[in-house]
Write a protein that binds this ligand. Sequence first.
Ligand SMILES: Nc1ncnc2c1ncn2[C@@H]1O[C@H](COP(=O)(O)OP(=O)(O)OP(=O)(O)O)[C@@H](O)[C@H]1O
Length: 267
Amino acid sequence: MTITAPADAVERAVARPLVEIRRVRKSFGAHQVLRDISLDAPEGTVTVLLGPSGSGKSTLLRCINHLETIDGGRIMVDGELIGYRQTGHTTHEMTPRQIARQRRGIGMVFQRFNLFPHMTALENVTEAPTGVAGVPAAAAKARGLDLLDRVGLADFARHYPAQLSGGQQQRVAIARALAMSPKLMLFDEPTSALDPELVGDVLDVMRELARDGMTMIVVTHEIGFARGVADQVVFMDGGVVVESGDAAAVIDAPRRQRTRNFLESVR
Ligand SMILES: Nc1ncnc2c1ncn2[C@@H]1O[C@H](COP(=O)(O)OP(=O)(O)OP(=O)(O)O)[C@@H](O)[C@H]1O
């Protein structure tokens, strides 16, 4: 006898949220940057966060990665609360060691490719696996070379950051984040510090990652990338989600005037 799962169960399994953000609040002093943010990022999908400068996009990414602590609400990644442990009905703050372990599952690529200048591209990629995760040097090197190949830099393993273009450095930063085998990748305006001619190669690497099924949350003003790659676009303004949906809905047929104004400003 064949037992077939009900269609909605299959649907749920496919769309399992890897990231669940519920009613998140964050202030810096009196400045309430995140007022009430809720969103889900289903596993294997790309979420693009759009919004004007100061709308809290970077802060949200930093909260997901526990580089900032939230004031209220909760963030779960892969079923684990970020920054907290639950025993029974009690919630405890994680220790720094537990937070460091949790962070290893989340790769982050910043606007500026903050590579170690005194290390080669390969050393930058292998530094965390060998130094933090205890991977033997030979295995880390083999994987590092694979990752550099994957971002199109197989021939640049021995180059130092200063010998690489901004786009190449950013691709090393992506390889470095991938080296810890994250289940989630966060990108904070990864192309906004690059000369226009270098943007395409970085976006291509990100497209490839998306095709390979990596769950990604990407802050970017690259509307073409959002339209072509995002499964979900979230427009934030003033610390709230103004509207969200698939790219066609949010970018090509925005319902809110604030979204329309923003899209006009970046087109
Ligand atoms: N560590 C901090 N201390 C004080 N204020 C901060 C801090 N980090 C961010 N802010 C403020 O929070 C607000 C939101 O910043 P955030 O960088 O999250 O916005 P954003 O939407 O990513 O903007 P941008 O596109 O310019 O990067 C800004 O007014 C910023 O000055």
